[in-house]
Write a protein that binds this ligand. Sequence first.
Ligand code: HH2
Length: 263
Amino acid sequence: MGVLNATPDSFSDGGRYLDPEKAVRRALEMEAEGADMIDVGGESTRPGAEPVSVEEQIRRVLPVIAGIREHATLPISIDTVNSEVARAALEAGADIVNDISCCGDPQMAETVARYGAGFVIMHIQGEPKTMQDNPHYTDVVEEVECCLLRVARSVEAAGVSREQICLDPGIGFGKLLAHNLALIGASGRFRASGYPVLLGMSRKSFIGMLAGGKADDRLEGSLAAAVAGALAGADVLRVHDVAASRKALSVADALRSHLPFRV
Ligand code: HH2
């Protein structure tokens, strides 16, 4: 999954794809580099970020989604916590809703169900503005799994079919370094629940903590995390550096069946 943020302030690509033409070009470039889907967002969710109005998100993402759809058939996901933004994006040609609020909008499940869209349910503790202030868990893997499965069951009850759901433990969303590492390692356990698993680790601060570097200088660490996540059982990797990730994952995939452990 290639990341495309039509925002002025995303932690890594903020401000680079505010012009819809540039954003569409980047989406097509990521498709050529091997992305299987593109995740378009109009609101940064980095730690400390303020919410962006529904109108402004729609203004940012709609021309991008429509432009990608005009030139490509690959699945597009809309990265939003608002059902109104999701609905506008699905009308414009998006296929998947990527919701980092763990389905906080009471209308979201119904909207996803009505359009038969895919649904990424991501775990978060707190909200972006304050989530890194004091994340706390007794057993992070157990608690995240429990929460994701509870929400998955409730969105199924609202009409979303099981096959449309993907779970994401929410790396960096109300998590300390040790929490992130435990959750990445538990990808196989989450997958065993019967849902595919998505991990978003690309250029995040836990990589900076382990390997140094600012967001744009975390490629090697991001590739290591993508490979480790894939081998641990993740099905979808949300990445900024599509070409490099594709290459790294090809090697990991070839090695998978030869490794002394299986997930
Ligand atoms: N991470 C970000 C945004 N959306 N969605 C899912 N499902 N999982 C993630 O880990 C995830 C996500 C944050 O990254 P980015 O979009 O690059 O930055 P920003 O939130 O600043 O726009």
